[in-house]
Design a protein around this ligand. Structure first.
Ligand code: NAD
Length: 332
């Protein structure tokens, strides 16, 4: 895109991936960032304490669905790029109460697209050409790969199975339509499961680490045979930055770790690392307990990240072992 010193309006920056993205932008680029976050239960500004004093960082506590405040923020901040990471993101919560998922993930994204479109249409030709709307999505939109050796590519049809993944799939479709219908310069990325520091403790990896340290049971759904493709969050945000600076308009990029693991293997890895780093009289694996499976639980997700590897020269820098060691050490 050839833009230096970009102004990035990033939504959901107090969350797990959003905060990693902001730390990356402030620490590794000359760009500025406006963090727009509603601060739901999942938002934690403490994830940003190392960068929040920087003059290139600003924060506004606003809902992306707010039809009054959001246009004001665009007018005042004048972004070159929008990165949409604000979402309700926890599958179990989406099963118990889907409402917030539809509100934020679908209607919130719709509001952001409409405001972006109006803002973009009034930019000068030069700024219009450089503007990007980057929507951050998940591999869960593709559904389940049970009993196959297949991988999700950018051509895999959408087949979401949970209220969470259905709401993310809807938002991806809206972004695509705003590009095709209105010409808004969008890019979409679909990423596999992330892990790393500052992850909210309801998700598998932090939950297991914190339960183990507290001597509590380690609840594994079903037989623990569900396969996910794990990516260290710092590798994900490096990919996202490449996509906003070098990705092609209207394209989608899959991002994955080339690293499929069964859930039970992930939990066993955590237990072994804790046995080494914080030994106790009995192995942590003794705490593992199998619990009733989640309804509609997808068996296997796996990303083919060849396109981003070939076109943008991205690949993960952290092996699973190295990333997990860093993560466990951070929680310790
Ligand atoms: P998260 O739940 O940790 O953070 C979400 C953030 O969005 C929070 O800070 C929350 O306060 C904010 N937010 C929620 N609703 C909002 C609203 N209406 N307006 C403004 N802010 C709002 O999520 P995450 O794990 O960081 O995921 C970020 C994005 O990446 C999501 O879109 C998710 O679908 C996607 N994703 C996540 C993963 C993963 O493994 N975590 C993998 C692939 C894609």
């Amino acid at each position: 895109m050839g833009l230096n010193n970009m102004k990035i309006l990033l939504t959901g920056g107090a969350g797990f991936i959003g905060s990693a993205m902001i730390r990356y932008i402030i620490n590794h680029t000359e760009d500025s960032v406006m963090n727009v976050d509603k601060l739901t239960y999942a938002g934690n500004l403490e994830s940003l304490t190392t960068v929040s004093h920087n003059p290139r960082y600003q924060f506004a506590q606003v809902d992306i669905g707010d039809k009054v405040r959001m246009p004001q923020i665009f007018d005042e901040y004048q972004p070159d790029v929008v990165m949409n990471l604000a979402a309700e993101s926890h599958v179990d919560r989406s099963i118990d109460s889907p409402d917030a998922f539809l509100q934020t993930n679908i209607l919130g994204t719709y509001n952001l697209l409409e405001i972006s479109r109006r803002y973009w249409q009034n930019l000068s030709d030069e700024r219009k050409e450089k503007f990007r709307f980057h929507h951050i999505s998940t591999d869960e939109v593709f559904g389940d790969l049970e009993d196959t050796n297949a991988l999700f590519t950018e051509q895999t049809p959408y087949s979401p199975n949970s209220p969470y993944s259905a709401s993310k799939a809807s938002s991806d479709h809206l972004v695509r339509a705003w590009q095709r219908t209105y010409g808004l310069p969008t890019v979409i990325t679909n990423c596999s499961n992330n892990y790393g520091p500052f992850h909210f403790p309801e998700k598998l990896i932090p939950l297991m680490i914190l339960n183990a340290l507290a001597g509590k049971p380690l609840p594994v759904y079903g037989d623990g045979g569900q396969i996910r493709d794990w990516l260290f969050v710092e590798d994900h945000v490096r990919a996202l930055y490449l996509v906003i600076t070098q990705g092609k308009i209207g394209e989608r990029y899959n991002i994955g770790g080339f690293n499929e693991r069964k859930n039970i293997e992930v939990v066993q890895t955590i237990c072994s690392l804790l046995d080494e780093l914080r030994p106790q009289s009995t192995p942590y694996a003794d705490l593992i307990s199998f619990v009733k499976d989640r309804p509609g639980h997808d068996r296997r997700y796996a990303i083919d990240a060849t396109k981003i590897k070939q076109e943008l020269s991205w690949q993960p820098e952290h092996s699973f072992e190295r990333g997990m060691r860093k993560t466990v050490q951070w929680y310790l």
